[in-house]
Design a protein around this ligand. Structure first.
Ligand SMILES: Cc1cc2nc3c(=O)[nH]c(=O)nc-3n(C[C@H](O)[C@H](O)[C@H](O)COP(=O)(O)OP(=O)(O)OC[C@H]3O[C@@H](n4cnc5c(N)ncnc54)[C@H](O)[C@@H]3O)c2cc1C
Length: 393
């Protein structure tokens, strides 16, 4: 098997790398606290500086925010491998860029949306004009997502939405909810659900902050009181939202900041060398283990892109990649804290703090990765069911 990139892919990789190094705000990579795989330290959730917004606009101008989308909808019509290359380089520099809109909503609209929906929404996503947040979870519906209760009642050309969403990452800095609602209360759980895009500025929406374990405002609870939304904002067919969201979740699980794992690991190895811990056999052993697991995650990462390019659905692979990368997120943090001892726990801002405080934040943030986008237990259930043919537990 030949794992090398083609000449075109190599050239694209160089182009992306040069662009990021030239355009990313100075010292961004070093100063950014984003922990690989963490949900609570993603810079966008705190709002971006104008320089970072400018960087995102430049990405949109290059057509890189909708890389795989067809040109007729404003995309770059590139391969999934090129998308993966872009994602790898961007995450290596911890660069702000693609989000829910481009990585989850866009591909799902492309797959299931009507022609009208595609023409109306995809170009706006490609131009980075709109941002989405994921409105799936409710106080009593997380792993058991089909238990959602938020209702959407038919009223002529509109639906009237009532209910509550929770753990809504980035809702406070987004424009639209990418939302699951119950449109048929009489149908069996997953059959009466629709997927709809809801303008955050609609009357009747209240967004309240929830502060995460790192002390950042990353997620929220959001209340919907008689919120009127045009039916034309439904993605695909009414009452088929469950099937679309299963696909959207696969897209989400493939969004792994793989390059950030490599970068953070390189920084840890550098720190070990500088602090002369590199003679310690236990330290060497733990680092070697991490190096192997990062390589394994990389293999799965490229494999899923390769499968998508061949029209194969990486359902099981998406869950495997999500599971191993989030476990890696936790192992990287705990190994680094074990190796660096009390120094590893120091916050950003002292001259003794290693990795600019990323480790201290990451140690807390890595737990979120095991829960967001479906917990590790749920990923194991999916692998057991879809991969091994065992019954759902
Ligand atoms: C940082 C973060 C960001 C998030 N962002 C968003 C967001 O933007 N939008 C959104 O909609 N949601 C978001 N979520 C919510 C997330 O998707 C849910 O928290 C997750 O699906 C788990 O649901 P729950 O919290 O209700 O836990 P529960 O479903 O109540 O699970 C509790 C425990 O029981 C286990 N469990 C449940 N069912 C099974 C089963 N069948 N087999 C084995 N074990 C099981 C779980 O693994 C878990 O350990 C976010 C969560 C976190 C932590």
């Amino acid at each position: 098997m030949d794992f090398r990139f083609s000449n075109q892919e190599e050239a694209f990789c160089r182009e992306v790398d040069e662009f990021i190094r030239k355009e990313l705000p100075e010292h961004w990579t070093e100063e950014c606290l984003y922990w690989p795989g963490g949900y609570g330290s993603i810079p966008d959730f705190e709002g971006l500086s104008s320089a970072a917004e400018e960087f995102r606009r430049k990405l949109a101008d290059k057509g890189w925010l909708a890389l795989t989308c067809p040109r007729e909808y404003g995309g770059g019509e590139r391969s999934q491998i090129e998308q993966a290359i872009f994602q790898e380089r961007m995450s290596y520099y911890r660069a702000p860029g693609p989000g829910v809109a481009t990585l989850i909503a866009g591909p799902t609209i492309l797959q299931f949306g009507s022609e009208k929906t595609k023409r109306e929404w995809l170009p706006r996503i490609a131009r980075a004009e709109i941002r989405f947040w994921l409105a799936y979870s409710e106080p009593n519906a997380g792993s058991d997502l089909a238990a959602i209760k938020t209702s959407a009642v038919d009223d002529g050309d509109d639906l009237i939405i009532n209910g509550q969403k929770i753990w809504s990452s980035g809702a406070h800095v987004s424009d639209y909810a990418w939302m699951l609602v119950r449109t048929n209360p009489d149908a069996r759980a997953h059959k009466g659900i629709s997927l709809i895009m809801v303008d955050n500025r609609s009357k009747g929406i209240t967004i309240r902050p929830l502060i995460n374990i790192c002390g950042f405002h990353s997620y929220n609870e959001v209340f919907f009181d008689d919120v009127r939304v045009p039916k034309s904002n439904i993605v695909g067919e009414m009452n088929r939202g469950w099937y679309y969201v299963m696909s959207a979740l696969d897209f989400e699980r493939l969004v792994v900041p793989i390059g950030n794992f490599k970068r953070t690991f390189e920084e840890l190895v550098q720190q070990v060398k500088e602090t002369k811990l590199n003679d310690n056999m236990l330290v060497r052993d733990r680092l070697a283990e991490l190096a192997i697991e990062i390589d394994v995650a990389y293999m799965f990462f490229w494999q899923t892109a390769w499968m998508l390019d061949r029209g194969l659905q990486p359902n099981i692979e998406a869950s495997v990649l999500k599971l191993i990368s989030t476990q890696l997120s936790q192992k990287l943090a705990s190994t680094a804290v074990d190796i660096l001892g009390p120094y590893g726990e120091l916050e950003h801002g002292t001259r003794w703090t290693p990795l600019n405080g990323r480790l201290c934040t990451g140690y807390l943030d890595c737990i979120s990765a095991l829960v967001g986008a479906g917990t590790s237990e749920i990923q194991r259930n999916i692998i057991a069911m879809r991969g091994l043919g065992l019954p759902w537990a």
